[in-house]
Write a protein that binds this ligand. Structure first.
Ligand code: NAI
Ligand code: 15L
Length: 274
């Protein structure tokens, strides 16, 4: 797919982790426009390297492998890890050990900036009838959300101690279209995802910034005013999908925790994914 870059800034080598996943497959062809070499990585097979790509299959829990993965990398878009509520063992490996291994590798390789795919589930226990800003402290809604809150803390520590910059993206729901009433508030289109990642990569100074990953939706739970310095301006909205979503889901049980809390159904999932 040919693509007009959203920024004239170009990196020598970018690393995309989680490149075999849903969002990784979206960003893999798009990030090529912003770098000479795109290194892609995942624990799963990634196929062969396209022109201008380097492919490395590895487990983020493998510290020496991750150290080698970051060699020669200017910046990282870190999507890799467990992306839903799961048993503790894979979350520990992918999201706890994985994120520490990543930041240690960044320190040792002098990598300047990381774009960390956090999640709205780091703050999933705020209510849907309140609007929170980017400095809202975590209220994780499960082990998954807890691991994302941990990742944000790691980012904060590596900024203060080692000067590694991070933008923590508390992504809402990034899918081709919103699937239910909650996602009318939380939806992030794929084009806006690209805008968000590119803005995060190219903003002059980010230190450790937190921003919610959402399109320009009516009735959002989140206020990104505190992250305006990143320069992200969403162009899409869930509104064109509203009629179809409301027809599919005409009623909401307002006593259901999934309708009360921002994390939706995640707030009811058994902590061990049982
Ligand atoms: P995904 O589950 O499709 O992709 C994650 C990728 O990470 C997978 O390809 C998986 O193989 C890889 N991975 C898992 N454990 C690993 C390990 N130990 N070592 C190396 N790779 C490992 O998830 P998706 O939807 O693409 O999300 C990408 C990132 O964005 C995730 O970190 C997720 O938590 C975050 N996010 C996504 C949202 C969405 O709406 N899609 C919403 C909020 C956050
Ligand atoms: C997430 O963090 C998940 O990765 C994704 O699969 C969605 O469920 C999303 O949150 C959401 O809250 O809709």
């Amino acid at each position: 797919m040919s693509h007009s870059p959203l920024s004239s800034l170009r990196f020598k080598r970018l690393l995309l982790t989680g490149a075999a996943g849903n969002l990784g497959q979206v960003l893999r062809p798009r990030l090529k426009a912003y770098c000479d070499v795109l290194r892609v990585s995942d624990i799963q097979s990634l196929g062969s390297a396209a022109a201008g790509e380097e492919v490395q299959v590895l487990d983020l829990a493998d510290a020496s492998g991750v150290k080698a993965l970051l060699e020669g990398v200017d910046a990282v878009v870190h999507l890799g890890g467990v992306s839903t509520e799961q048993p503790w063992a894979p979350i520990l490996a992918g999201n706890i050990m994985g994120v520490v291994n990543l930041y240690e590798a960044a320190r040792l390789n002098k990598t300047r900036r990381i774009i960390f795919a956090s999640s709205n589930h780091a703050t999933g226990f705020y209510r849907q009838d309140e609007v929170i800003g980017t400095s809202a402290p975590p209220k994780p809604d499960g082990f998954y959300g807890l691991s994302k809150a941990f990742g944000e803390d790691v980012a904060e520590m590596y900024w203060h101690r080692w000067g590694i910059e991070t933008v923590s993206l508390r992504i809402g729901s990034s899918f081709p279209e919103p699937r239910d009433r909650r996602m009318l508030s939380t939806w992030l289109s794929y084009d806006d995802l690209e805008r968000l990642v590119v803005a995060s990569l190219t903003a002059p100074i980010v230190k450790h910034s937190v921003i919610y990953g959402m399109s320009d939706n009516r009735g959002s739970f989140w206020d990104n005013t505190g992250a305006r310095h990143i320069g992200y301006r969403p162009q899409d909205s869930s509104e064109p999908f509203r009629a179809a979503v409301e027809a599919r889901q005409p009623h909401i049980d307002i006593t259901d925790p999934a309708a009360i809390y921002q994390g939706g159904g995640f707030v009811k999932m058994a902590p061990h994914g049982e």
